[in-house]
Design a protein around this ligand. Sequence first.
Ligand SMILES: NC(=O)c1ccc[n+]([C@@H]2O[C@H](COP(=O)([O-])OP(=O)(O)OC[C@H]3O[C@@H](n4cnc5c(N)ncnc54)[C@H](OP(=O)(O)O)[C@@H]3O)[C@@H](O)[C@H]2O)c1
Ligand code: SF4
Ligand code: SF4
Length: 381
Amino acid sequence: MLYRRFGKTNEQVSLLGFGCMRLPLHPGGVYANIDVEASSRLIRYAIDEGVNYIDTAYPYHGTGMSSAGQSEPVVGRILRDGYREKVKLATKLPSWLVQTRKDMDKFLDEQLRRLETDHIDFYLVHALNKSLWANVKRLGIADFLENAIGDGRIRYAGFSYHDEPENFQAIVDGFDWSFCQIQYNYMDEEFQAGRKGLEYAGQKDLGITIMEPLRGGKLAQDLPESVQAAFHKAERQRKPADWALSWIWNHPETSVLISGMNSMEQVKENIQSACDATPDSFTAADEEVIGRVKSLYRQRIKVDCTACGYCMPCPSGVDIPGCFGYFNNLHMYGKEDNYRFLKPGERASACTECGACEEHCPQCLPIPELLKEVRSVFEPA
Ligand SMILES: NC(=O)c1ccc[n+]([C@@H]2O[C@H](COP(=O)([O-])OP(=O)(O)OC[C@H]3O[C@@H](n4cnc5c(N)ncnc54)[C@H](OP(=O)(O)O)[C@@H]3O)[C@@H](O)[C@H]2O)c1
Ligand code: SF4
Ligand code: SF4
C-alpha cells in the first residue's frame, strides 16, 4: 500500500480508503440489512493490507436521508478488537437535519456512541451546497467545529461537496478547513468541484478525499462494447477499475480515494492498484486512451445518476435510481429487459411531480422531468 501526505494535516493516508455506503447485504438486498460478517471480512482484510482511512456517514444503509442508518454502528462493531486504532475514521454531520447549534453536538455525540469511539479523526459537514452552507454558518458551525476540536471529539474538520462548480471556493474560504471530499473521476472533470476545485483546494493545502471514483461502479462493470474495445486496443493492459483509479492518483493533489467495495475480488484488485500508483505517471498514450473512452461514454449516458440514493425514499414509492439505471442501461447497451421487474408503484409513472426529491440530488438532476422521459420510453401510453 502506498501512502500520501493528507494536506495541511500532515497525516499519512493510504491511497485507497474504504467507503461504507455500499456494504454487502444479506440475501434479499434490503439496503439497511448489512451482512456484517461479509463486511467485516472485507474491511478487516483491507486494514490488514494497509488501508487506514474508513469513511461512513449518519444516513448510510438506512431507510432515507432523514434517519440514522446501519453503516455507523456496523463500522463501530467491525473496528473492535484493535482495528479502530489502526485507522483514521471519517464520518459526517448530516447538515440537512441540523436546525439548531445544539443539534450539531447532539449528532456528533450520537455518532461517537454509534461508532464506539471517543473521537472522529476526520469529521465532515456532509453534502454542502450553497444553501446548506449558509444555514449551518448561520447556526454556528464554526463555533461547533472549533469546540469539538478543542475538546478532542474530532481531530480535523472538513466538508463534502455537492453543488455547482462556482460555489466551491466560497465554502473552501469560509472556514479554516483541514480537508474536503469531492466527487472526481475521469467522467467528472468538469462536474461539481471538478478539476478547478481540486486545484483550488490543493493550492490551499487541504487534504483531498475523492468519492465516487468509479461513478458508483459504472466505470468498472458491464462496459459498453465500444469502451471495452478502446481499452483492449491500449498499449498498456489494465482492468477498467484500475484505469479509473490510477487516473485519479495521477493527479498530485489527490491522496486518498474512497471506494465502496463489496467483494473480496474488488478489495484485492483495488489494493493492488493502490500499490502501483504514482502521481504524474500517465503517458500521452494513457491520456489518449482515457480521452477516447470519455467521448465514447458521453455519447451513450443519458442521465448522470450515480445511484447514491440521496433522493430516496420517494413519498410515492418511485425507485428513482432504479428507473434511471434501467434508462441508462438501455442507452448504453442498446437493450434493457429488466424495467418490467419494477413493481408498478416503483416505476416512473408513479411520480406525482411533487418535487421533494430534487433538493436532495447531489447531481442536481431535474428528477421529475427525467422520469417523464423514462416513462415515455418504458411505459408508452
Ligand atoms: N460525502 C458524500 O456526499 C458522499 C456521496 C457519495 C459517496 N460518498 C462516499 O464515497 C464512497 C465511495 O463512493 P462509491 O461507493 O460510489 O464508490 P465507487 O468506487 O465509485 O463505486 C463503488 C462500486 O464500484 C464497484 N467496484 C468497486 N471496485 C471495483 C472493482 N475493482 N471492479 C469492479 N467494480 C468495482 C462496486 O459495485 P457493485 O456493488 O455493483 O459490485 C462498488 O459498489 C462511499 O462508499 C461513501 O463512503 C460520499
Ligand atoms: S417528484 Fe416524483 S420521484 Fe420525486 S419525490 Fe415526488 S413523486 Fe417521488
Ligand atoms: S437521482 Fe440524484 S439523488 Fe437520486 S440516486 Fe440519482 S444521483 Fe442520487
